[in-house]
Design a protein around this ligand. Structure first.
Ligand code: HEM
Length: 465
């Protein structure tokens, strides 16, 4: 039932851990200390960055350093010290990894969660089915290009740039994945798709304690953008917006990150609990086919095979109230130990979180309360067995736009073969003791499309043709 071993296995998990390799990349100085990006062709600048060879770079820096020292009043009068002052020590570039774009399933679901994520929902404005098809073709082309990394097409300096430049002149893949899903509203009468809707896809309606903000909810189309670094997700988002603005309009967006695993095991959420311990094994194909991927020849339309239901819920945390709750009570609310993440029967702070919760000797909930989060999510009873397994892949957000309110919380994300599994689980959680500390405010239900198989394929081809 564990994902950790699967997801943590990739050595690329810590892409920022790299040794410095020395003095490098001082700013290309032109009289004053400016960033190299401020140079322009009018200055006689080549547009290709700093001089190519390290030797050329050094000579250039020597001259520049002397110039700056002079301008600054000769504080270090041309000495090695002055030179050092003008040089920037940068670390080796983080390693970039590529997550394959083509496949039977989309990436960003069973692939290892990256550190950064943007969830962005759109209202589609394409005027007809042909334009909708063009939109999906365009999204495919951008996804294929962005997830591979490369050099954007060169354009004359007087033309609109072909790339936003956020990642420099040549961008790396950086573990980028795009995961595209469609909402129930796309199947209204605009595009003639109503008979092709996944059978369980509905518009999200509020659960008992929800406080849904319409401007943060629903959407015709969802794109989940995940990567190892923030600049990569933003680069991809801006690229997509630029290339698709005639056919879709941004509806809502939530950005999230995953905290490091401290001290070991699984990341912690803003409540300080290890989150994501019990999950299906993403390397167990049989389990994934049973729990996550829609199978051919079932109740779903044929085109949907290989896809999955994608739930995103924007859940605000009442952090200040939570911080007043004694740890022993916090643990009874979640049903796990806070420090170790282990089940409630394990009292040693250093015990592993790999132990499974067991309720057979605790029918009354004396050890793990019956209304604790994990026990309601997965009560381990025959009656709930069919609705107790989903693949969680959540991120934490912190956006606090209106101080003093802290707007921190969870972009709760899960994938499942049947949307009804999530709905049943969430309905059970209406009775959890976590309720006073969270407010679900937005999100939606989507169907993550089957993967783009190869160079000829495109997102939603099966749905549209
Ligand atoms: C939004 C606030 C939520 C927070 C802070 C939260 C946090 C946690 C934590 C700390 C655990 C225990 C460690 C683990 O197994 O990962 C857990 C487990 C779990 N959560 Fe949540 N969760 C939230 C929402 C949800 C929702 C909305 C669902 C589904 C409807 C859900 C389903 C589960 C499941 C299935 C487990 C594992 C239960 C087990 O098999 O032991 N959680 N969650």
């Amino acid at each position: 039932m564990r994902s950790r071993a699967d997801w943590a296995g990739a050595g690329s998990r810590n892409p920022t851990a790299a040794a410095p390799y020395g003095w490098h990349r001082a700013p290309c100085l032109r009289g004053t200390m400016t960033d190299e990006t401020s140079a322009s062709p009018e200055d006689g600048w080549s547009g290709e960055g700093c001089p190519a060879s390290a030797l050329a770079r050094r000579s250039f820096l020597h001259g520049a350093a002397a110039g700056v020292a002079g301008v600054a009043g000769g504080a270090a009068s041309g000495s090695g010290e002055a030179l050092a002052d003008t040089m920037v020590e940068i670390k080796e570039q983080p390693k970039s990894r590529t997550v394959p774009f083509h496949g039977h399933h989309q990436a960003g679901i069973a692939t290892e969660p990256q550190q950064d994520a943007i969830f962005v929902s759109f209202d589609v404005t394409a005027s007809d089915r042909a334009e909708l098809t063009d939109l999906f073709r365009m999204l495919t082309a951008r996804g294929r290009f962005l997830t591979a990394g490369g050099k954007p097409p060169e354009v004359p300096p007087t033309a609109t740039p072909s790339d936003n430049g956020i990642m420099g002149p040549t961008f790396v893949a950086d573990g980028l994945t795009l995961t595209v899903g469609v909402g129930a509203s796309l199947f209204d009468d605009r595009y003639g798709l109503s008979t092709r809707k996944p059978v369980q896809l509905v518009t999200m309606t509020p659960f008992r304690h929800d406080d849904l903000d319409p401007s943060l909810s629903q959407g015709d189309l969802l794109i989940q953008i995940c990567a190892d670094h923030r600049d990569t997700t933003v680069h991809a988002l801006l690229d997509i917006l630029t290339h698709t603005k005639s056919a879709m309009k941004l509806r809502w967006r939530i950005d999230g990150q995953r905290n490091p695993e401290r001290p070991v095991g699984v990341r912690r959420d803003w409540f300080g609990f290890k989150d994501g311990i019990s999950n299906p094994s993403v390397t167990d194909d049989a389990q994934m086919n049973q729990v996550v991927w829609v199978q051919p020849k079932g109740a779903e339309p044929a085109w949907a095979a290989g896809g999955t239901y994608h739930v995103v819920r924007i859940v605000h945390f009442h952090i200040e109230a939570w911080q007043k709750v004694p740890v022993a009570q916090q643990e009874r609310i979640f049903g796990r130990r806070k420090a170790s993440g282990a089940p409630m029967y394990a009292v040693d702070e250093n015990v592993t979180d790999l132990l499974d919760p067991i309720y057979t000797n605790d029918p009354q909930g004396l050890i793990t309360p019956l209304n604790s989060h994990i026990r309601l999510a997965n009560p381990q009873t025959p009656q709930t067995a069919a609705t107790s397994t989903i693949l969680r892949r959540s991120y934490d957000y912190d956006r606090s736009p209106n101080p003093p309110e802290l707007d921190m919380g969870h972009a709760f994300v899960c994938f499942q073969q049947e949307l009804n599994t999530y709905v049943a689980m969430q309905t059970r959680l209406e009775d959890e003791t976590l309720v006073p500390y969270i407010s679900p405010r937005g999100g939606g239900y989507f169907f993550a499309l089957p993967g783009v198989r190869d160079e000829k394929d495109y997102y939603a081809r099966g749905l549209l043709t």
